[in-house]
Design a protein around this ligand. Structure first.
Ligand code: PLP
Length: 458
């Protein structure tokens, strides 16, 4: 199966600052448990395997799990044998991936049928399975998750009850929905919810500080946010799966992806480099417009604090996976949004398109989709559809696939207000209303969290 794939840091060439570039190349297993490189860069694979045309054609009609296995084994075969990988995939995915046809050229893929009803379940379920398999028996690890809602519930649900792995979910006390809060607070056992008296940025800051705190080294901290390369690979398969089920003649497709930290769209970019025929990847963002601005004027200004929009999982003013995009286009940007080497923008523009969608337009799109196609789209998916419409304003329509990243029932307030209907709660989510549990309330002071963590992990 070819040369071994290793993992290097996107900051390896940096000389400035207190963290010199990490020069080593490490295995997938090491990268998975480290989360972030010691130089605070993100891990990238030394090569991206290719699929032949014939291989892609053969994916047509295959089950989601078969497609996922075919893609994942290309990256993971050195670290985990095929039999174990198959078992992990089958245990992770026992839900549908429905494809809805809007018209002859436009499709919506619903990635919202997992246990917590967002696309984050695809990566969370698989990552938990991989960590469980690859973790040395007597080693204990601690996972910290900063979340604006979806990542926390997806990860908490995926890691629930795993021996030797403790999970701490930090969320902003007043910025998650009632459903999300109920979900995270009631998982229990090895999964602890912490409501921070602050904003999402405060949660992220606390987690980042913990990672560089030498007193916490003994806890083997790792991240379950999409800075972890283990989050990215599972997000490649659904692009192949949906393409194989929709396209007929190997025609090039456009994918529109509601984007925040750009982990989901990065899966699509990797799929393109693996050989999937893609005409354009649309990174659809809400009013946090730092990336479309960068593509058009070549200047990058992160947005701090990020703007609060209806599509709350995309309220990101400095996408963490930009570091990986820059790497793939021969540039370097660090976690603070400082550019050390400009990427090839004209190449980026050839493959990528990005546009910012206002809340007003998001609502208009939700209403329109219901009127025109009798389908219910939630705010994140609506940003994706609106961005596709922008793209097509001055271009001939061709095959287009939109990703719906959450179930409308997760945003009942918006849907009720705009469509006057109550979206049906998926079965998997009903159980949370029977559970009990409370979050721990903490201030946004790092030392409070540190004290709490060290007391818990004694
Ligand atoms: C996390 C999330 C996104 C953004 O995904 P990224 O990989 O961070 O770009 C979009 N929609 C929903 C519903 C999400 O939970």
């Amino acid at each position: 199966m070819g040369r071994r794939i290793l993992y290097y840091s996107t900051n390896r060439k940096l000389k400035t600052g207190s963290d010199p570039g990490f020069k080593k190349k490490i295995s997938f297993k090491e990268a998975l448990f480290l989360g972030m490189a010691p130089d605070k860069g993100l891990f990238m694979p030394t090569k991206i395997p290719k699929l032949s045309k014939k291989e892609i054609s053969m994916l047509k009609g295959k089950s989601y799990n078969e497609v996922s296995f075919h893609i994942l084994k290309k990256f993971l075969h050195n670290d985990i044998n095929n039999k174990d990988l198959k078992l992990i995939i089958n245990k992770s995915y026992n839900f549908d991936v429905p494809i809805e046809k809007l018209d002859n050229l436009t499709y919506v893929v619903r990635l919202d049928q997992g246990p917590t009803a967002s696309f984050k379940d695809f990566a969370a379920q698989l990552m938990a399975g991989l960590m469980r398999k690859l973790k040395p028996k007597n080693k204990k690890i601690t996972i910290l998750v900063a979340t604006s809602g979806d990542t926390g519930s997806a990860m908490g649900e995926a890691y629930r009850g795993l021996k030797g792995i403790n999970v701490y979910i930090l969320y902003p006390k007043d910025e998650v929905t009632t459903v999300q809060k109920k979900h995270m607070d009631t998982i229990g056992g090895n999964v602890r919810a912490i409501a921070i008296n602050g904003k999402f940025d405060d949660c992220q800051k606390i987690v980042k500080e913990a990672f560089s705190d030498k007193d916490l080294k003994k806890l083997n901290l790792t991240s379950a946010n999409s800075i972890n390369i283990g989050r990215i690979f599972p997000q490649i398969a659904y692009y192949f799966y949906s393409y194989a089920n929709i396209a007929n003649n190997f025609e090039k497709a456009i994918f529109s992806i509601p984007s925040g930290n750009f982990g989901n769209s990065l899966g699509c970019e990797i799929a393109r480099r693996m050989g999937l025929p893609i005409k354009k990847i649309i990174l659809a963002v809400n009013e946090n417009d730092e990336f479309p601005k960068f593509l058009s004027i070549g200047n990058y200004d992160k947005i701090e604090p990020s703007k609060s929009c209806l599509s709350n999982a995309m309220n990101v003013g400095n996408p963490s996976n930009l570091a990986r995009y820059f790497e793939l286009y021969d540039g370097t940007i660090d976690k603070d949004g400082i550019i050390h080497k400009m990427p090839n923008i004209s190449k980026m523009k050839k493959n990528l398109y990005s546009v910012s969608i206002t809340d007003k337009e998001t609502i208009r799109t939700i209403k329109n989709a219901y009127k025109k196609y009798k389908t219910i789209i939630e705010p994140h998916g609506a940003v994706g559809i609106a961005a596709l419409n922008h793209y097509h304003k001055s271009r001939k329509r061709t095959l287009s696939i939109c990703m719906e990243t959450a179930d409308p029932a997760k945003f009942p307030e918006t849907i009720k207000k705009e469509l006057k209907i109550t979206p049906k709660m998926p079965g998997s989510m009903k159980v949370i209303y029977k559970r009990k549990g409370k979050a721990r309330n903490l201030s946004n002071d790092y030392n409070d969290f540190k004290k709490y963590l060290l007391t818990n992990e004694k």
